[in-house]
Write a protein that binds this ligand. Structure first.
Ligand code: OSB
Ligand code: MG
Length: 384
């Protein structure tokens, strides 16, 4: 019973994992993506493939090549999945996502690795029940509001030009990456060029409590939020900073569980939370954070990790929940990849939304030739 709403839950479905395959993928990005922790030209990830009762479930582990955003990498995920997660789940009858969580609970941390398998299990449960992930989650929206996350550019003028292209494509909410020295100037240039644009910034933990005080002029730019200015493991200093800023602070890196979401809200360390299922260890923990925030009137939105079509489908289903009241970092496929591993390509509607998939599970199909093209390494464990 993976669903949290009983009306959507497939009650008597059991999934027995017979085989787990990992594909280390490397996909060229249409444009380099630069953040405070580095520049990505290609996107690495691990595709998790589970076989059960003639069905195939897909999940994306979003760990990157380098430990910049998070300590996990494609290499650590490969190790944890192959050595520890696979032996804990092969041959086991799973009646629920909760039983999967229990099966891997002795593995400390490594949320991105676990979330890749959890996603594949959701896909399997959905396919087995003939139900979309959105329905399994009890989510309603047919399409969700999205924005675009824009990396650091060579100059403020170059940034304004890149933002203009996205605005022309129809994005009505833009996030700018910032870092010390490339912050107020960049954001001010974009605000001047686009007075009515919904704008927010993301520092990816690159400031200290002291250096973040230089960000004070951001308070006059009518930003939706300032994302993760301070340390990735901090909650307390964000509380101190939030008290000095009118603009809502939004936590990304530092909220790694529903428990941390509670700490952050109790401490008043932020007024908004970025929900990334991967960072939280999976979709079910993400739903818990959503529910917790929704009950308290705290806005949440869906973060992104430059996902392939697999992870994008999952993010869209999650964002269909009612508490996702701000646009997600879920852009159209062509913002990321010229060729993707899903046959489906996600397109931006005229109203800055993307349709939520409706097919069973994630509702995507894999383009096997594209998958082959981008696979650097493969690992298989379990029966044929
Ligand atoms: O901090 O939100 C982030 C991408 C990789 C790692 C961290 C982040 C991001 C993004 C990209 O901002 C969002 C997207 O997938 O479009
Ligand atoms: Mg972020």
């Amino acid at each position: 019973m993976p669903g949290r709403r009983s009306r959507a839950s497939p009650h008597d479905i059991t999934v027995k994992i017979e085989r787990l395959s990992l594909h280390h993928l490397r996909m060229p990005l249409v444009a380099p993506f630069e953040t405070s922790f580095g520049r990505e030209i290609e996107r690495d990830c691990v595709l998790v493939v589970l076989q059960a009762d003639g069905l195939t479930g897909y999940g994306e582990c979003v760990a990157s090549h380098a430990p910049g955003y998070n300590y996990e990498t494609t290499g650590t995920a490969w190790h944890i999945l192959g050595e520890f997660v696979a032996p804990s789940i092969l041959g086991v009858d799973f009646k629920s996502i909760e039983s999967f969580r229990q099966a891997v609970s002795a593995i400390r941390g490594h949320h991105l690795a676990k979330a890749g398998v959890e996603m594949a299990l959701w896909d399997l449960f959905g396919k087995s029940a003939g139900t979309s992930l959105r329905e399994l989650l009890g989510a309603q929206r047919a399409r969700v509001e999205v924005g675009v996350s824009v990396g650091l550019q060579a100059s403020p003028q170059a940034l304004v030009d890149v933002v203009r292209q996205y605005v022309q494509q129809g994005y009505t909410r833009v996030k700018l990456k910032i870092k010390p020295g490339r912050d107020v100037g960049d954001a001010t240039a974009v605000r001047k060029a686009f007075p009515g644009l919904r704008l927010q910034v993301d520092a990816n933990s690159s400031f200290t409590l002291e250096s973040a005080r230089t960000l004070k002029p951001l308070d006059d730019l009518e930003l939706l939020l300032i994302e993760q200015p301070l340390f990735d493991d901090d909650i307390w200093d964000h509380r101190r900073l939030q008290r000095e800023f009118r603009t809502p602070i939004c936590l990304d890196e530092s909220v790694v569980s529903a428990r941390h979401a509670r700490y952050a809200l109790e401490m008043k360390a932020c007024r908004i939370i970025n929900i990334k299922a991967a960072r939280l260890g999976g979709i079910s923990e993400a739903v818990q954070v959503h529910d917790y925030c929704h009950t308290r009137g705290i806005p949440v939105w869906c973060g992104g990790m430059l996902e392939t079509g697999v992870g994008r489908a999952s993010n869209l289903a999650l964002s269909a929940l009612p508490g996702f009241s701000l646009p997600g970092d879920i852009s159209a496929s062509d913002r990321y990849f010229a060729r993707d591993i899903t046959s489906e390509r996600f397109i931006l509607n005229a109203d800055s939304t993307i349709d939520v998939p409706t097919g069973p599970g994630l509702g995507i199909t894999i383009d096997e030739r594209a998958l082959k093209q981008f696979t650097l390494a493969r690992f298989d464990i379990g029966g044929a």
